[in-house]
Every structure is written in C-alpha cells, then in structure tokens.
Design a protein around this ligand. Sequence first.
Ligand code: IMP
Ligand code: MG
Length: 186
Amino acid sequence: MRDYREFLGEVLIPEEKLQTRIAELGAQISRDYAGKSDLLLVCILRGGVLFLTDLMRRITIPHAIEFMAVSSYGVGGRESSGKIRISLDLNVDIQNRDVILVEDIIDSGQTIAAVLDLLSTRKPASICVCTLLDKADRREVPVPVKYTGFSIPNKFVFGYGLDIDDYYRNLPFIGVVDLNKYQAGS
Ligand code: IMP
Ligand code: MG
C-alpha cells in the first residue's frame, strides 16, 4: 500500500479540531440524555469505529455499546446503491432503550435511512443519528440527523475511520483524496 501523502489533496479536518468537536458532542449527549437509564450507542462498522471510541470517552453518563455492519449492494466502494445488506446485526434487544446510531459519514443518506427504518421496527424508546461528517449536498433521501460533527463539501475524504479501498482508516485526521493522483498510482 502506498504512503497516503502521495494522493493527499489537503487535510480537511486536523486531529485537534476533530477531538475538540467530539468533546463538545460528548458533552451535549451527556446533557441531553441525563437521567435516561438505558442509553445504547450503536456503531456502524467499520467507518464509525474511531469516532465511537473517542466519543464514548467524552460521554459522562452510563451507556452500553453495540455494533452493526452494513454494506450497500451493487456498486464499488465509493457510492451507495440504495439497497443495503446487514452483515452483522445487533446482539441485543433495543426495545424501550434510547439508541444513538454512530456513523462516520452521511452521503446519499441511503445507508443510515435503511438502518433507521429497520431498527425503528424494534420499538426503541428513542432513536437518533450522530454522524461525524455530513455531505448534505449529496442527500438523496431525507435523514433526521440530531448530532453532526462537521458539514463537509462534496469531496471524497479518508482517515479517522474512513477508508479508501479498505486502507488508511488509522489516520488521526480527515483528508481529501486527490483522485487524479490516487488513480494515477494504482
Ligand atoms: P450513503 O449511504 O450514501 O449515505 O453512504 C454512506 C457510506 O458511504 C458511509 O458510511 C461510508 O462508508 C461511505 N462513504 C461516503 N462518502 C465517503 C467518503 O468521502 N469517504 C469514505 N467513505 C465514504
Ligand atoms: Mg460507513
């Protein structure tokens, strides 16, 4: 695998800015859910993993975590097809629990809308979406998003959980891919 510097267009959100915003989100969630006894954070694998682990450390009220893995059918790694497949479902019952879906990025909205539809049928006390990044200009289906880290322009980004062809999720910042450079070298 190549060094990411070969195709990094720019650092869109540096590590300190990510961490500052995540601390704010954690504080906000802690206030909003104070007194709720059964908060469950559901991380959407794999992109949401870094966000979840940093966010939960900033949430000061008791909560549990769970994971779901979802993939979209039909197209390559860069766009949603609108049909999703649940490859890992929850191991717990969410009935009467307060659920927060933790996502890396909302693009067309297809993935998270389908997850919301599915989980809503299981009668949670409440369910909402917390996304680190939002490409609102790309929305194809309306999604109610309660917590947003950053609204970003319509550019392909990577790092901090987000991959390009499965790699580079470990980077501590969000970078923009220079697709010409990326494609030229592959
Ligand atoms: P949606 O269903 O179109 O909202 O797509 C959401 C999913 O597409 C995210 O959970 C990511 O896995 C992926 N995705 C969308 N935009 C990007 C990006 O810029 N970089 C990396 N993954 C992305
Ligand atoms: Mg994702």
